[in-house]
Write a protein that binds this ligand. Structure first.
Ligand SMILES: C[S@@+](CC[C@H](N)C(=O)[O-])C[C@H]1O[C@@H](n2cnc3c(N)ncnc32)[C@H](O)[C@@H]1O
Length: 220
């Protein structure tokens, strides 16, 4: 008998494992297990494949996402995390998925064809002018693993984030400087973000993602 707890709105814990309700029945995205409980289909969410799920496992206080939200997702890759976000925001939400690597983008397209609340945009997150039609969003989520990831986030928040909206950032310290202590990189990134955003939560993602920090910040 499965034990289901609604951990956050639209985010569930089934026998200790995190899951979302599958928006497109019978359709897994990255080989994750699907279960049917009381006529509802859930997709398990792998914390070793998704930094947002790793943050949940490591004690994230809130999910910050809700049904009907508009999300700008920078570095969508092949849709692992963004597909779970699409489950959470539901059919009335919209998630703009920015990705600049052609191979990943090609794999993202069929996922967005099925999940029509995901809009794929091939573009560089450093050049928000290209996707300025996105307009104002409730959440900017970024996972780009680039040395200038802090500046990329701030630029996109200036352009797109609503007042009161949240920014979520995965910081990979090795992408910023392999020679520096991760703690020093995290402190520097937090200081950079604090110039324009209020830091709400910081979570170390080890052991799910080595030398990564997940930061949630708010635009006041
Ligand atoms: C760590 S992967 C993202 C994994 C994904 N967020 C997930 O959890 O499913 C980083 C992705 O960011 C993309 N990326 C890096 N720099 C970018 C940029 N400037 N603009 C758009 N995409 C970028 C990479 O091509 C790569 O697919």
């Amino acid at each position: 008998m499965e034990k289901i707890i609604e951990k956050f709105p639209e985010v569930f814990e089934i026998n200790g494992k995190i899951a979302t309700k599958n928006l497109i029945k019978g359709n897994p995205v990255y080989g994750e297990r699907i279960v049917n409980i009381n006529n509802t289909e859930y997709r398990f969410w792998d914390p070793n494949r998704s930094k947002l799920c790793a943050a949940i496992k490591k004690g994230l206080q809130n999910i910050y996402l809700k049904k009907g939200d508009t999300i700008l997702y920078l570095g969508a890759a092949t849709g692992t995390t963004s597909s779970h976000i699409a489950d959470i925001i539901g059919e009335k939400g919209i998630e703009y998925c920015i990705e600049f690597a052609p191979i990943s983008f090609r794999k993202l397209i069929p996922i967005c064809e099925k999940r029509t609340n995901m809009i794929p945009i091939m573009g560089d997150a450093r050049k928000p002018d290209i996707y300025k039609d996105v307009g104002k969003v409730d959440i900017v989520y970024e996972d780009v693993a680039q040395p200038d990831l802090g500046e990329i986030l701030l630029t996109n928040c200036r352009y797109f984030l609503k007042k009161g909206g949240y920014a979520m950032l995965a910081v990979k310290s090795q992408s910023i400087d392999v020679t520096k202590n991760p703690e020093d990189i995290y402190k520097k990134t937090i200081k950079q973000l604090q110039k324009e955003l209020k830091i709400i939560e910081t979570i170390i993602l080890d052991p799910y993602e080595k030398d990564h920090m997940f930061i949630v910040a708010q635009k006041l």
